[in-house]
Write a protein that binds this ligand. Structure first.
Ligand code: GDP
Length: 292
């Protein structure tokens, strides 16, 4: 993950604490406040603080610089339990992108296409959210920006599963390496939506295996957004998370909390509205930026 200015850095919140000469009771309170404000959630906050208290006792240190190093190590250790690697070796590798409307799904697909094309891969996007013609057009614009081809519905409200089928068929015929399939995110019709996703999966699985199912989550909504997306986590076979809008969020801790809450690794991170603003997830860089 690239170095950049990070609104989600704990740097500011922790500055006072690390500027002190010695670790005292205020240090622990400040640390707790900083972790809670960053949306780590009470469980991770309690467990990190207990671990750090134990380490501070064990190593008999009173130096805040040691505490900072221990905080970084503790967070890195927790991240190490999850593998952020994308599995895209199948030909074609099919990636389903799911998530609630408004989280940044369309934008993410364009950015992801650009990311892959930038790594020398060929990409086709499948517009399998066929409900709104305007959404298909918006996706087409982003696919083009990303340097990908697009398979669109050929008639109004075409069955999403048939668009997914045609996308995979197109990729196979044309020798395109990766299919990114957009899907609907209208939560008003939750059971209908999950049935639709189930059908898309079954149709694709008749052609090839599904390489990844990526759930896009908006960092600015933090843990509330995860509750909204629970149906996808339960029913869509999600293999990886994409955290969007991290550039506009102070909730850096959400990134760890969401992994531990869902048990699903973060694979991509969006930090801006531009076509190049998506990167793979590199935990040690993230933690270094977070702790400062
Ligand atoms: P969709 O409804 O899920 O397809 O969402 P869109 O892709 O249309 O994005 C919704 C809004 O979020 C748009 O205004 C995007 O520009 C914005 N957006 C998406 N990703 C990011 C991001 O990483 N950072 C910022 N700041 N805005 C983003």
């Amino acid at each position: 993950m690239a170095e950049r200015s990070t609104p989600w850095s704990l740097g500011g919140a922790l500055r006072g604490m690390f500027a002190k000469k010695t670790i005292d009771d205020d240090t622990w309170e400040d640390l707790e406040d900083a972790l809670i404000s960053a949306d780590f959630g009470p469980d991770i906050t309690d467990s990190v603080i207990s671990q750090l208290r134990a380490n501070v006792d064990k190593y008999k240190t009173t130096d805040p610089a040691d505490l900072k190093r221990m905080l970084r190590e503790s967070l890195e250790e927790r991240f190490a339990a999850y593998d952020p690697t994308l599995t895209l070796s199948a030909r074609p590798a099919v990636v389903l992108v799911v998530g609630v409307n408004g989280v940044g799904k369309t934008t993410t697909i364009g950015k992801f296409a650009r990311f892959l094309v930038g790594h020398g891969r060929t990409v086709v996007v499948g517009a399998a959210d066929t409900f709104r013609a305007a959404a298909v057009e918006q996706l087409a614009t982003w696919a083009e920006r990303g340097g990908a081809q697009i398979v669109r519905p050929q008639m109004e409200r075409q069955d999403p599963a048939s668009v997914a089928f045609q996308t995979v068929e197109f990729a196979t015929r044309e020798g395109i390496e990766i299919c990114i399939i957009d899907t609907a995110g209208r939560l008003q019709t939750k059971s209908g939506l999950m049935d639709e996703l189930g059908k898309i999966r079954r149709v694709i699985e008749k052609q090839t295996e599904i390489a990844e199912v990526l759930l896009v989550l908006d960092a600015t909504t933090g843990q509330n957004g995860v509750a909204q997306a629970e149906a996808f986590i339960q029913h869509a076979g999600v293999t990886g998370l994409v955290i969007s809008k991290l550039d506009g969020s102070a909730k850096g801790g959400f990134v760890l909390a969401v992994q531990e809450r869902t048990g699903i690794p973060i694979k991509l991170v969006g930090q801006g509205e531009g076509i190049n603003d998506l990167t793979g997830f590199t935990p040690h860089v993230f933690v270094a930026n977070l702790v400062g």
